[in-house]
Design a protein. Structure first.
Length: 132
């Protein structure tokens, strides 16, 4: 891409403005940000982020409810029944932690899908190209 600094840029010290090669307008191109991925992948990213939020909330609720139930009924007796309950409670807590871990991974993927990249964008025709 052959860029020529527009005369418009002399009025603006902060942003660099270029002439647009697509619509042949002087000084309409400025630094901007655009989504890195296509629309369907960004939708997936939003779904992942929502799932991550729900999964994390569920995991925390599971851990909290396990904690509350062990607080209400302390398992001090050394009966086989109590041991079973401890095991069940441990599994529930592990399940909750698992939910949180999966949620964090989902959230990270969602965030990746929603990343934006630096571009130059034409204010008139919307023409963009990478700014690297
Ligand atoms: Zn243009």
């Amino acid at each position: 891409m052959n860029l020529r600094r527009s005369s418009v840029s002399e009025r603006n010290d902060v942003e660099i403005w270029f002439d647009c090669n697509a619509c042949k307008t002087a000084g309409t191109i400025s630094p901007s940000k655009a989504p890195k991925f296509k629309k369907n992948i960004r939708v997936l990213g939003i779904v992942f982020a929502a799932l991550s939020f729900l999964g994390f909330a569920m995991g925390v609720l599971i851990i909290l409810s396990a904690g509350v139930s062990s607080f209400i009924a302390p398992l001090s007796e050394k009966s086989p029944e109590a041991a079973g309950q401890v095991l069940a409670l441990t599994l529930v807590v592990l399940f909750g932690v698992g939910c949180c871990v999966i949620a964090i991974v989902c959230g990270f993927l969602g965030w990746l899908f929603l990343l934006r990249k630096k571009v130059y964008k034409c204010a008139k025709c919307g023409f963009t190209f990478d700014r690297t």
